[in-house]
Design a protein around this ligand. Structure first.
Ligand SMILES: *Cc1c(COP(=O)(O)O)cnc(C)c1O
Length: 408
């Protein structure tokens, strides 16, 4: 396998090159549903470690499976790492990453604007049940992260940009800080995909994904991934995935993910071009009070975005100038955008965090972090951008006419 080839090339074929000499001439990886594999002979000297999926050897599908193995290799190469692991969800990947890196008594520093599920996992499972202490900090300022680091800090967990406020943190600076203090840095790279940001190259030790989003890209599979270039960490992750938790990705979903990754570079380019166009349209619109997208010069961390990201992704947020009733009206008039949580699929999705993804947070807490009732998050799809803009325009016009002629 040529690791020097371009990402577009590796996305198409890495991990599933046909090998007719082994009798496997399939151009695409078949879905290997077998739970167990016949051995050529009874070998009393055989240990688990001798079974090498890289040589086409498999024993039992929880340990390794040809379809999953193919996608794990693909994911590793896309993130520029050496070890890839595919899980049954992004959540399964993240809990495995944390179990591999912290023990009772350890301390974790995490971004205070994390994915809501990850934040709850840390609070309800790690803090309350596993005696791990967690400091949630505003990581937009690396000094704040530095001040939270302690002697017993084992893990720093970051997302950049965050959801839905699109706040960035400096991955390279935080990686140096973590390593100086003997801690590991894990980055959830779901929002950017490896096409727009490669945390391992910036110094992180571990990258996590909800492959449900961009990597699979078609809103038809739930999955997760971890990639690292650290052999020791990979061993712990493999133990947890295959022996202790058994939370691996199933063959059918591995196939879907493998298929999805082939078009990732093409999809991301279109997501990004559409998102940039829509962000600029929104920024110029009277009905909008602010737009949050790292590709806009008005983004407070646009410079950092240009430095550490290789693209700005397809998610943006904006604040409608009005109240919750206006948001309801606005959403009600959209035809191209589907009202739904999740992101990263080819179709455009729209949601209102205060009423949907972030509704479980108390209103005061939401407002303290900057999530107002009229904040709207958009996952921009790959449709023709003119149709998307026309749709938004129609919905803005509906809100404006409602204001001019309020119901009696
Ligand atoms: C969706 C998401 C997750 C959780 O992934 P699931 O596949 O839903 O379990 C974690 N982190 C981020 C940033 C996400 O967007």
């Amino acid at each position: 396998m040529n690791h020097d080839s371009h990402v577009e090339t590796r996305a198409v074929s890495h991990g599933e090159k046909p090998s007719p000499e082994e009798g496997r001439g399939d151009v695409v990886s078949p879905i290997h549903l077998a739970s167990t594999f016949a051995l050529p002979a009874l070998d009393t000297g055989l240990s688990l470690e001798d079974v090498d999926p890289d040589r086409g050897e498999f024993l039992y599908s929880r340990l390794s499976n040809p379809t999953r193995h193919a996608v794990e290799q693909r994911l590793a190469t896309l993130e520029g790492g050496t070890h890839g692991f595919a899980f049954s969800s992004g959540t399964a990947a993240i809990v495995t990453a944390m179990l591999a890196t912290v023990e009772p008594g350890d301390h974790v520093v995490a971004f205070d604007d994390l994915y809501a599920g990850t934040r709850r996992m840390l609070e309800e499972l790690f803090v309350k049940r596993l005696n791990v202490d967690v400091s949630f900090v505003d990581a937009t300022d690396t000094e704040t992260v530095a001040a939270a680091m302690r002697e017993d800090t084992a893990l720093v967990w970051m997302e950049t940009p965050t959801n839905p406020l699109m706040k960035l943190c400096d991955v390279g600076a935080i990686a140096s800080l973590a390593h100086e203090r003997g801690a590991l840095l894990g980055v959830d790279n779901t929002f950017m995909s490896p096409l727009c940001q490669r945390p391992l190259a910036l110094g992180a030790d571990l990258v996590a994904h909800s492959t449900t989003k961009y990597l699979n890209g078609h809103s038809d599979s739930v999955g997760g991934a971890l990639v690292t270039d650290c052999d020791d960490l990979a061993e712990s992750l493999g133990f947890l995935q295959q022996i202790a938790l058994g939370n691996m990705l199933a063959p059918f979903d591995s196939y879907l993910l493998l298929r999805g990754t082939k078009t990732l570079p093409v999809r991301m380019r279109q997501h990004e071009a559409n998102a940039q166009h829509i962000a600029e349209f929104l920024e110029a619109h009277d009905g909008v009070s602010r737009v949050l997208y790292p590709g806009l010069e008005s983004h407070p961390q646009h410079e950092l975005a240009c430095e550490q990201m290789t693209g700005f992704g397809g998610v943006l947020s904006f604040e409608l100038d009005g109240d919750m009733d206006d948001v309801v009206e606005f959403m009600g008039h959209l035809e191209e955008f589907t009202l739904a949580v999740s992101l990263g699929g080819v179709e455009s999705l729209i949601e209102c965090p205060a009423a949907m993804t972030h509704e479980p947070l108390p209103k005061e807490e939401r407002e303290a972090v900057g999530i107002s009732d009229t904040l709207i998050r958009v996952s921009v799809g790959i449709e023709h951008v003119d149709d998307l803009v026309a749709d938004l325009d129609r919905a803005f016009a509906a809100v404006a006419s409602l204001r001019e002629s309020p119901s009696p």
